[in-house]
Design a protein around this ligand. Sequence first.
Ligand SMILES: [Fe+2]
Ligand SMILES: [Fe+2]
Length: 159
Amino acid sequence: MLRLKLATDPRWAELVEGNIQDVLTDHAYCEQKAASSAISLIIRYPDLTELVQEMTALAREEMEHFQRVHNIIIQKGFTLGKERKDHYVNQLATFIRKDGHNPHLLIDRLLFAAMIEARSCERFRVLSENLKEKELAEFYRELMASEAGHYTLFIKFGS
Ligand SMILES: [Fe+2]
Ligand SMILES: [Fe+2]
C-alpha cells in the first residue's frame, strides 16, 4: 500500500532501544515539522478550501502527536533538546521544484508529504512489532495507523 522501494531493516529497532532519547527527540521534531508543513500549505493555497480544512485538522493532529511524544520524553526524565539535521528529509526536499509559480509545485509538495508519511508509517510498524517496552510499542502501533491515514490523504489531494 505504501509503495516504498526499500523496507527498514527490523534490526533498526534494536538501535532505537539503545538510543531512545535521541530517537524521541527526532520523532517529536518530525511531528512538529509535519504540523508546520500542513500550516504552510494553508498559507500557500488559501483558495483550496478542502485542502485548507484538511490541513487545519492535520496540523492539530500532528501537534497532538508532538505533545504525546513530548510527554513520553518528560516521563523518561529527558528534555526535548535541540533539533538535529534531518538528512533524509533534506535530500527528499531537493526534488521539489524550486520555481514558486510552477503549477506542479503543489503536486510536488503533496507527494513529498505523502512519502514522509509513508516512511513514518513503515518505521512505526517496525517499532510497534519489535520494541520490548510494551507501552511504547502500543503507542507506535496507534501512530502507525494515523500516519497511514495521512499518507492516503496526501495521495488523494495529489492525484
Ligand atoms: Fe504524526
Ligand atoms: Fe502524519
